[in-house]
Design a protein around this ligand. Sequence first.
Ligand code: G3P
Ligand code: CA
Length: 382
Amino acid sequence: MKTFLSQVSSIATTVALAVTALAAPASASTPASAGPGHSPDKHSHAAPLVIGHRGAAGYRPEHTLAGYELAARMGADFIEPDLVSTKDHVLIVRHENDITGTTNVSEVPAFAGRKATKKIDGRPVTGWFTEDFTLAEIKTLRAKERLPELRQENTIYDGLYQIPTFDEVLQLRSRLSKELHRTIGVYPETKHPTYFRSVGLELETPLVRALARAGLTKATSPVFVQSFEITNLIALRLEYKVKVKLVFLTGATGAPYDLVSKGDPRTYAELTTPARLAQLAKVIDGIGPDKAQIIPRDAAGNLGTPTSLVRDAHAVGLLVHPYTFRAENAFLPVDYRRGTNPADFGRILDEIRAYLNTGIDGFFTDQADIGVAARDAFVSAA
Ligand code: G3P
Ligand code: CA
């Protein structure tokens, strides 16, 4: 019978390697010391991590050096770049390869002919795509706010910032760690890994090389590599032999596209059952669930009752870093909103505290300053 790992691996990972990994001692996938916010027993004593989601997306256009720097200066333990590839196979930071909504590309006459419709992760998408631009061309573009109506204040920065490469983010991380006299971690996410591999621009090799150039290769390095797909995480561990920590992102609905593309029916819900978590824990270090998988909302949209997910994950040694905490009413449970303006900030501190009470080990937030305030208050009260 095939092992779980060989079932999900689309690369030439052998069953023998997979079995070896499943039988590996905990030290192979469990760092003894994992940088800021971590202790040897991972989730018993460490202060929960604050992860600057897409930089400081609540205050600056996402995935800009200005946003990452602001998050770090606000006290974020980690900054979070999402990774996609250019035509010349350079990793840049964008939430998706379609850059229509977060850059000025649609306003550049020279690029009008690049507009295309493609099938990305099984769905048709029309726009401008990073894999059709060289890095030099990408560098002529400028970032803009994704949510201009909700985050109107961020639009004053539209047109100011370039699209950074992953290398530039790593260099910023190093510089700020020295300047701020504390280790700032990096939490890169591979976006659409199956798709990029299908067009000859796989993400894993340039990711591993960039981390090596930055000296971030150890289990103790302040790095988590995350993915909504499981195949490339397993490949990173078994084929690329990476030692840094790996986090499997999961959705409240749906299934990993690497499995979907192979006709594998398993969903995120099945992959987060206690039995599957125990198998995943042989290879990865944590999960990054949608926060609704930890505390779902009830029928009225209020914050409901916690599930057993944090307990189940901790039982097999997995860290739990849910996404995404955002201060605006538009993103909050009904009973945590203040007033009726979707852009106004609601009871985000209370929402984060409710999740910290479930035992989470860290969390992604668009407002790192608020995340730090919530985390510090929680730790002080403990
Ligand atoms: O990586 C955690 C979280 O960022 C996943 O959601 O869509 O914002 O990348 P997304
Ligand atoms: Ca992300």
